[in-house]
Design a protein around this ligand. Structure first.
Ligand code: AHG
Ligand code: MN
Ligand code: MN
Length: 326
C-alpha cells in the first residue's frame, strides 16, 4: 500500500515526541499550499498567472504573479494553523503574525514561496523552499527567527517539474514524495536518500566567473580538467534536486555585484544545507558550515556552495591553498 506524506509525518512526529500532532498538522499546511501552487503552474499558460505582477518585493525584484500567488497560498494555508507563531517569507519585509497570541504558536515557518521566478514564463522547473524552527519561549520572536540553521526542526522543498516532488527531512533522513494527481496526495517515493559521494556535474552561473574570488576559478578549472560536465538551470531548487540525486556540486560564490552572495540564508541556504547534511553531503559559505552562521537579518544573503563530500572537501582544500598563497 502507499505511504502518504501525512502518514510519514505522523511516524516522524512520534519520533519527535510531538504526540499532539501539531508538527504534522503544520506540514500539512505546506503540502496543501504546494498543491494549490502546482495546480496554478499546470494551467499557467491558460490562466492569468504568467508575467510580472507589477510590484517589487523587499529584495527590489520584480514580483511575478506566481510569486504573489504562492506567497498568498503559503500564508493562507499556514496562517490557519495555530501551531504557527510567525511566518517569514522572501516576499514580505517583516515576519507575518496573526491576531492570536504568538505564545500559542510552537513553530516558525520560513519560506521562499516560489524559487526560480525567472523560469516561470519559459516553462522550466520552479520550486518552493521551507524551513521550520521552534519558537523558543526564553527568546524574543525575532531571536527565535534568527536561530542558526543547526536548530531547524525540519526543512524541505517542492520542485514543480514533469512531476511534482516534495523532499523533506525532520532530522531523521531525507525522504521524497511524488504528487499522485489521481488521488491528490504526495506519495512516498524514496526514503533515507543519500547524496552520491562524488558526482559528474558542477553547477554554477559561469557568467560571473571573472568576478569570483580567484580560488573558485581555480576550482572550476580543475573540475573541468577532470572531465566534469556542467548543468545550470537557474532555479536553485532544481539545481539542488539534481545534485541530491546525482551528486556533484552547486556553487553561488561571492561576485562583484553580490560580494556577500546572492542566495538568502534563512529560506534558501539553510533549508537546503540541512537536507544536504542529512543526506551525507556538505554545505559551506566558503569556509565552515552554512548551518553554523548566526543570522542577523531575515533577508540576509550568503555565498552558498553545496554538494557531495568529495567535491566539497576539494573546494575547501583549493580555497585554503589559495588563501595561504596570498
Ligand atoms: P528566486 O526566484 O526565489 O528569487 O530565486 C532565484 C535564485 C535561485 O533560484 C537561483 O539559483 C538563482 O537565483 C539564479 O541566479 P542567477 O540568475 O544570478 O544565476
Ligand atoms: Mn529563491
Ligand atoms: Mn522566490
Amino acid at each position: 500500500m502507499i505511504t502518504t506524506v501525512q502518514q510519514h509525518l505522523l511516524q516522524e512526529q512520534q519520533r519527535h515526541g510531538d504526540a499532539s500532532g501539531t508538527f504534522s498538522w503544520l506540514l500539512g499546511g505546506i503540502t496543501l499550499a504546494a498543491k494549490m501552487v502546482e495546480a496554478k503552474i499546470r494551467s499557467a499558460g491558460l490562466g492569468d498567472v504568467l508575467g510580472a505582477f507589477g510590484a517589487e518585493n523587499v529584495q527590489g525584484e520584480q514580483q511575478q504573479k506566481l510569486d504573489v500567488y504562492a506567497n498568498n497560498a503559503m500564508i493562507h494555508c499556514l496562517g490557519l494553523r495555530d501551531s504557527v507563531a510567525a511566518l517569514v517569507s522572501e516576499e514580505d519585509e517583516e515576519p507575518v503574525t496573526f491576531n492570536r497570541s504568538v505564545e500559542r504558536g510552537k513553530y516558525i515557518v520560513i519560506f521562499d514561496p516560489l524559487d526560480g521566478s525567472s523560469n516561470i514564463d519559459v516553462n522550466v522547473n520552479v520550486g518552493t523552499i521551507f524551513s521550520v524552527h521552534r519558537r523558543v519561549p526564553a527568546l524574543s520572536l525575532d531571536e527565535s527567527i534568527l536561530q542558526p540553521g543547526t536548530e531547524q526542526v525540519a526543512a524541505g522543498y517542492v520542485v514543480y517539474g514533469p512531476s511534482t516532488v516534495l523532499v523533506y527531512s525532520a532530522g531523521n533522513g531525507v525522504h521524497s514524495f511524488t504528487l499522485d494527481p489521481t488521488i491528490g496526495a504526495f506519495v512516498l517515493s524514496k526514503e533515507h536518500m543519500v547524496m552520491p559521494e562524488k558526482g559528474p556535474y558542477y553547477s554554477v552561473n559561469e557568467a560571473n566567473l571573472a568576478t569570483w574570488p580567484e580560488g573558485y576559478r581555480t576550482y572550476v578549472e580543475e573540475l573541468r580538467a577532470e572531465g566534469y560536465s556542467s548543468r545550470y538551470i537557474g532555479s536553485l531548487v532544481a539545481d539542488f534536486h539534481r545534485t541530491l540525486l546525482k551528486g556533484g556540486v552547486f556553487l553561488y560564490p561571492p561576485t562583484l555585484k553580490q560580494p556577500k552572495g546572492k542566495l538568502r540564508l534563512l529560506y534558501e541556504a539553510n533549508p537546503l544545507a540541512f537536507l544536504a547534511e542529512q543526506a551525507g553531503g556538505m554545505a559551506s559559505p566558503g569556509s565552515g558550515r552554512v548551518l553554523e552562521i548566526k543570522p542577523t537579518g531575515i533577508h540576509q544573503r550568503t555565498p552558498f556552495m553545496v554538494g557531495s563530500r568529495w567535491e566539497m572537501e576539494r573546494l575547501a582544500a583549493v580555497l585554503t591553498r589559495e588563501e595561504e598563497a596570498r
